[in-house]
Design a protein around this ligand. Structure first.
Ligand code: NAI
Length: 242
């Protein structure tokens, strides 16, 4: 039986892939494990462990061949083939996705945009026609569709998801803030930009606390003064104001 790779490892792979792509763009052909891990801000042992999940790729005394590693990680991530995507919900987010050209560089081709708003019928975004949702069955018959991106309001997301699954699309890139309940054979990737923002917010608070304590520790004589910590709060901008 194949070894199950942890999701944490899988989540780090796109980052490795991105960095390796940049190295290739810069003409780097070979890199040591230490250099690569420093660049990617992981420990050399973490990098080795991650890549060992897939059989290694490094050579003792040589390091990594950048092109080979890039191609192999690409294969692991399924990037060695084209994925056709339709976007359902051609509002702000749907149009922004369709406008982003770099997905294509990675083999993700947006070939259809769908909505229910008749005012959007026939509007094109980067050359892609916005079609009405009722035309989806016909479209799917005539075009290969691998992934449906859902950028519809939360209230309509489940219904739209059921529809695309019925039409034989079994991968969903879900932006609606709703946990879709779908059969196991459907792969769903939920995207929540707000989770990332909350993570950022947490790190801001943590950083501010650390700065505050660093300041307090570097001014030990002042700490006994009445009101020092209150004063600290008002000092040196927002970092101390939490
Ligand atoms: P929007 O209102 O600009 O666009 C929604 C579009 O969906 C509209 O054009 C509407 O006509 C269409 N629509 C509604 N029901 C439909 C259906 N049954 N079939 C096809 N199209 C339908 O909204 P926006 O800002 O683009 O957001 C779209 C969704 O993405 C919302 O659910 C929002 O909460 C979510 N969102 C998620 C983010 C994330 O990080 N996951 C970030 C931003 C928005």
């Amino acid at each position: 039986m194949e070894k199950e790779i942890s999701q944490a490892v899988i989540r780090r792979m796109p980052r490795y892939y991105r960095y390796l792509g940049e190295l290739l763009d810069d003409g780097v052909e070979r890199i040591s494990s230490n250099e690569l891990s420093a660049l990617m801000k992981v420990t050399a042992s973490q990098l080795r462990q991650d890549l060992n999940n897939f059989g290694g790729f490094g050579q003792q005394g040589y390091g990594y061949n950048v092109r080979h590693l890039y191609d192999e990680i690409g294969k692991i991530l399924g990037l060695n083939r084209q994925h056709n995507i339709i976007v359902i919900g051609a509002g702000n987010l749907g149009q922004a996705l369709a406008n982003y050209v770099k997905f294509e560089k990675r083999g993700f081709i947006i070939n259809g945009l769908f909505d229910i708003n008749p005012a959007l019928k026939g509007v094109t975004v980067r050359g892609i026609d916005i079609r009405m949702l009722e035309d989806l069955p016909e479209f799917v018959k005539n075009h290969k569709v691998d992934i449906a991106a859902l950028t519809v309001p939360k209230e309509n997301a489940m219904e739209v998801a059921n529809k695309v699954v019925e039409l034989g699309i079994h991968a969903i890139w879900n932006f609606a803030h709703l946990d879709l309940e779908l059969p196991d054979y459907v792969v769903v990737e939920n995207v929540h930009l707000s989770d990332s923002l909350m993570q950022l917010s947490y790190n801001i608070v943590k950083h501010e606390q650390e700065m505050k304590w660093e300041y307090a520790l570097s001014h030990p004589n002042n700490q006994n003064k009445p009101g020092f910590f209150r004063e600290l709060k008002g000092r040196e901008g927002s970092a101390f104001n939490s």
